[in-house]
Design a protein around this ligand. Structure first.
Ligand code: G3H
Ligand code: 13P
Ligand code: ZN
Length: 300
């Protein structure tokens, strides 16, 4: 049985660690994430975006993950990442997602609040946890970062279970222009007034060695840069209990495919390269679980 994210994340914040929330879009990545969680004895937060659902089909990706959960010996939560479409959020809740993100952060405060409240009402009836977002992701100076006072009010009024904050990170492999800057001071202010678990999006580290290795095998990833591991550790100390990682898994997966076919020119069995990719994704997930302190935190 899938578990809700609320208890997993509350425990993480209370004990000072975070769970990596890992995106999947296919069989190989899902297998890699389950194996990583089993090996490290970490609870697994596995998530699908709306575009993954369009790519794979909701029933297909859900059943795949559900089948893997049946034999898993660690707690597993399936989460909808960046739910913007209310109908789709409802479908996920009906189907058995135990955690959804309602991303209404593009709206004004009042509308964000109203949409989030509505999702909380629908999801909570089914024992499904809700993550909401306030502020918008992106470089400091370009976007609206989360205001601590607003965050407090927003959490009180919506009853959401976790809050994604905007403190200068952004999605993808090019997070900062110039010097990387994450507003940890703002995060401290938010964590002083918001006691529910905080969520950090756009948190991939875009490891230099991975980028260089990918470039060696034909990638063109010039100037890719992510969030430093030391900033992530500080963020965990400041109440972040869920750290979203997609880009680092994608970089590992695609690096493996490039490298495999460059080195094995006569291979034409896709399973060979996909198995190699699965291995690199698993290794990446294990590194995150260890770095965020989630190792050995699985309690059934
Ligand atoms: O929002 C997080 C993702 O990294 C973007 O995912 O391409 O599946 O929409 P997507
Ligand atoms: P990255 O692009 O940094 O991996 O962030 C992923 C994310 O926030 C998914 O919601
Ligand atoms: Zn995100």
């Amino acid at each position: 049985m899938f578990v809700a994210s609320k208890a997993l994340l509350r425990r993480a914040r209370a004990k000072g660690y975070a769970l990596p929330a890992l995106n999947t879009s296919n069989l190989e990545v899902s297998k890699a994430l389950f194996e990583a969680a089993e090996q490290t004895r970490a609870p697994l937060l596995i998530q699908t975006t709306e575009s993954t659902i369009r790519y794979a089909g909701l029933e297909n990706i859900f059943s795949l993950i559900k089948a893997m959960e049946k034999t898993s010996t660690v707690p597993v939560c399936i989460h909808l990442d960046h739910g913007k479409n209310l109908q789709l959020i409802k479908k996920c809740v009906q189907l058995g997602y135990k955690s959804v993100m309602v991303d209404a952060s593009r709206h004004q405060f009042k509308k964000n609040l109203a949409v989030t409240r509505k999702v909380v009402r629908i999801a909570h009836r089914k024992g499904c946890s809700v993550e909401a977002e306030l502020g918008s992701l992106g470089r400091i100076g370009d976007v609206l970062l989360t205001e601590p006072k607003q965050a407090k009010l927003f959490v009180q009024k919506t009853g959401c279970d976790a809050l994604a904050v905007a403190i200068g990170t952004s999605h993808g492999a090019y997070k900062f222009q110039g010097k990387p800057r994450v507003d940890l001071y703002r995060l401290r202010e938010i964590s002083e007034v918001v006691s529910i678990p905080l969520v950090l999006h756009g948190a991939s580290s875009v490891n230099k060695r991975v980028v260089q290795r990918a470039n060696r095998y034909g990638a063109k990833l010039k100037g890719a840069v992510g969030v430093s591991e030391s900033d992530l550790r500080k963020a965990i100390r400041l109440g972040v209990a869920k750290i979203n990682i997609d880009t680092d898994l994608r970089l590992a997966f695609t690096l493996a495919l490039r490298e495999f076919y460059a080195k094995n020119r006569s291979s034409f069995d896709p399973r060979d390269a996909l198995l190699f990719a699965q291995g690199l994704v698993k290794q990446t997930a294990i590194e995150k679980m260890k770095l965020f302190g989630a190792k050995n935190k699985a309690k059934r």
